[in-house]
Ligand binder design. Sequence first.
Ligand code: ADP
Ligand code: ZN
Ligand code: ZN
Length: 803
Amino acid sequence: MKIASVIVDVPSRQTDRPFDYEIPAKWEDVLQVGMRVTVPFGARRLQGFVVDIKTHSEAKTLKPIEAILDVTPVLNEELLQLGKYLTETTLCFAISAYQAMLPAAMKAKYEKEIRLVDEAYRQKLHPSVQPLFANRTALLWKEIDEPTVLSRLQKDIQNGYLEVVYHVKEKGTKKIVKYIVCPLTKEQCDEVLRSLPANATKQKQLLELLASAQKGLPLKEALERSGASRAAVKALIDKGIVHEYEVETYRDPYEQRHFAKTAPLTLTNEQQQALDAIADSVRKNEHHVFLLYGVTGSGKTEVYMQAIEEVLAGGKEAIVLVPEISLTPQMVERFKGRFGSQVAVLHSGLSVGEKYDEWRKIQRKEVKLVVGARSAIFAPFENLGMIIIDEEHEASYKQEETPRYHARDVAIYRARFHQCPVVLGSATPSLESFARAKKGVYRLLTLQKRMSENGLPTVNVVDMREELRSGNRSMFSRSLFEKLQDRLQKGEQAVLFLNRRGYSTFVMCRDCGYVIRCPHCDISLTYHRVHQQLKCHYCGYEEHVVSRCPSCTSEHIRFFGAGTQKVEEELTKLLPQARVIRMDVDTTSRKGAHEQLLSAFGEGKADILLGTQMIAKGLDFPKVTLVGVLTADTMLHLPDFRACEKTFQLLTQVSGRAGRHHLPGEVVIQTYTPDHYSIELAACHDYETFYQKEMLVRKRHGYPPFYFLTLITVSHPEITKAVAVTEKIAAYVRSQLSKEAVILGPVASPIARLHDRYRYQCMIKYKREAIAAVLKNVIDRYQQEIAQGELQLTIDTNPYMMM
Ligand code: ADP
Ligand code: ZN
Ligand code: ZN
C-alpha cells in the first residue's frame, strides 16, 4: 500500500505537520508529490498538499484520500523545499508557505477545467479521452468521475495536448475569440467542395480558405476574407464540415501597447566590468551574490539587461524583482522593449485572472523572464539562471503578513539551489547588504559615474525655520518658488515630492492641544477635504469633521501638516499658469490611472508633477530639471531604528530624478533639521560617509547588521492581559537565551491600540544563537488561547515595521 503525507489547509500549530493517508489503488500511479488532494479530517473534509509518498506509516489506522485536485504537481521539489525553509526561518505554518507560492486563482473557490491546448491535438488524444472532448474544447474538472480517466488525462497533459486551467470569472476582462477549423483531410475536403451546389460560392471560398489554414482561423477573419455570411458558416457547422471552437486569449494588460525594440548599448568600462563578473558566474553556474552599487542614473538597468541576455543565451530563465511602486510603465517598457514577448509582468495592480495568466505563461515555459514585485520571487521557473533585485534596500521586499519573508533571502535560497548568481542593485544599498559586501560575503561591483554628462544634480538644503523667521509662511521656500518660476518660463519640468497623503495629517485644538484620534486605534485621524471627513488610516474608521474641540469646545480647530491636495491648491494659487499633475493614493486608485498620469507628464502635458512616495523612484523624464522635497523630515522622527537610513535613501532617490539627460538638474530639499547627517549627506550624495556614520549608531545601540532582531507583538482586548502575556514571554525568552542576547520590553507598541486591541511588544536582540526553538515554544504555550480568538501573537524574525 502506498501512503501520502499531507499538509492540510488549516493554519494552526496543532495541524502544522504532515498527516498520513492511504492512497487508493486506483490513484497509485496518478498521485505525485506536490499535488493537492481532499482528505477527511475529523468530521471535516480539507484540502491539502502531498509532501511525501511512502510505503510505511507510524499511524495505526489510515483513512483514504478522497479526491485528487491536480493532475500534475503545482509545487515542484524545489518549491516544496523552499516551503520548509520558510517555515524554519519565518516560523510560519507550512500551509501558509505553500499557499504564498501559488496565484490566488488556484484557491479552491475557482472552478477548474481541462482544455484542449490546440485543435491539432484532438486526434492525438488517448482514444478513451477523445469522446470526452467530442464537440467541445474543454471539460470541467468536476465531470471527471473515473480514476482511470485521470491517469490518461495526465498523460495527455504531460504530452502537452491538454492543460488545466482555472476559471476566474471576472467581468469584462476575460477574452474569448471564436475560431473555425475544417477537420477534414485534403481529399475529403476536395470531395465536399465538388459536392456543394454550384451557387454556394461563398461556402466554397470559405472552405478553400480553411483548407489552407491547418489550425483554423478566427471566425471574424474567416468571414472577412471569404465574404461568407454567418449563415453559411452555420450551414457548414451543421453538416460537420467545419468545427467551431473558442480560444481564451491572455488578459495581457500590456497587449495593446507596442514596445519599440531596443538594442543593447555599448557599455562603459565600469558597466562592462560589472557585466563580466556577473556573466562569468552565469556561464559557470556559480552561485554568488553581487551587490551592484551604482549611483542613480549610472546604467544599472542596462547591466541587468545584458546579463539577462547571457542567461537566455544559455537557455535559462531569470527573475527581476522591482519594488511595487517603481514597477512603473517605464520600467516595464524597458524590459519589454528589449525582450518582447519573453517577458511576464507580475504586480499587485493586476486582477486575479491577469496574475494567473502571467503565472501560467511562466509555468508553460512561454516566457523566459519575469519582471515583478515581491511575490514574483516564487515564479515556478525550473531552470533559473539569475535573480536580480533592483533597489534592494526597499522595505517592500519584506512581506508584512505570514509568511513574513524577505524576498532577498528567498532569492539567495533559490539561487543556491540553482547554482546561479543573485544581483542586488541600488544607489543606496541597505546597511546589511553593504556590510556583507565589505566583508566579502557579497561581491561588490561599483558604478561611480552617471551616464548623463552633467553628473549628479546640485542639491540646496533650505532651512524652513529661517523661512518662517523671515516671514515666509508658505509651504514653499523663496528659493524653491523662484526656481519653479524659472522652470515654467523655460518650459522645463519639475517634480515636487511630499511624503504624505490626504489634505492634512492631523487635527488639533489650538487652545487645549487636543488632537482628534481614532476611538479604536491610538492614531490621530487624517483630514480628507473632499468629503469633509476624518479618517483612520489603520482601521478605516471615519467621522465627519468637527467645528468645535471635543475636549474644551473651543472653535480654534486647526488642520496641521500639508497633504498633496493642499500643496496643489497653494501651487495653483501662487502659480496659476502652471499645469499640475497630482499623484497620490487618491488620484491613482483607479486601475491604469498611475500609468496614464505618468505618460501625460512624459508627453509634456503638465509642468509640475506633485506626489508622494510613489514618484520617488524609477522615473526617467528628460525634461525634469528641478526636484523639490517639501518636507524632508517627516520620516526622520518615526519610532524606527531605520528612520535615518530610510530618509537618506528617499532623499537620494528623489534627487536622482533630476537632470538625468542633457539638461542639468537641481534639487531643493526643505527641512526643519538641516544639520541632521541623513539630510546633509544625502545633499552631497555621500553614501559611504552615511554608511560609516550610521554603522556606528547601529553598533552603539545594538541593531542590525550587528545584531539580529526579533519582534514579538501581543495584542488583546484587555490591557492587563496583553501586558501579562508579554511579560511572561519576555521572562521566558530571557531565561532561555545567552547573556549576549538583549530582551527589551515589554513596552507598549508605538501604536498602542489598534482595532480596539491593546498592543504590547518585546524586542529580542541576539548574535549567533538558535532562537527558533525558543520562539516555537512560545507559540506552543499560547496556541490554545490564540485558537480561542482573544489573544493575538505575532513573531517577526526580521522586522521592518516597528509600529
Ligand atoms: P540606473 O538604473 O542606474 O538608475 P539607468 O539604467 O536608468 O540607470 O540609466 C540611466 C540612463 O543612461 C538611461 O537613459 C539609459 O538608457 C542610459 N544608459 C545606460 N547605459 C548606457 C550606455 N552604456 N551608453 C549610453 N547610455 C546608457
Ligand atoms: Zn480644545
Ligand atoms: Zn482606527
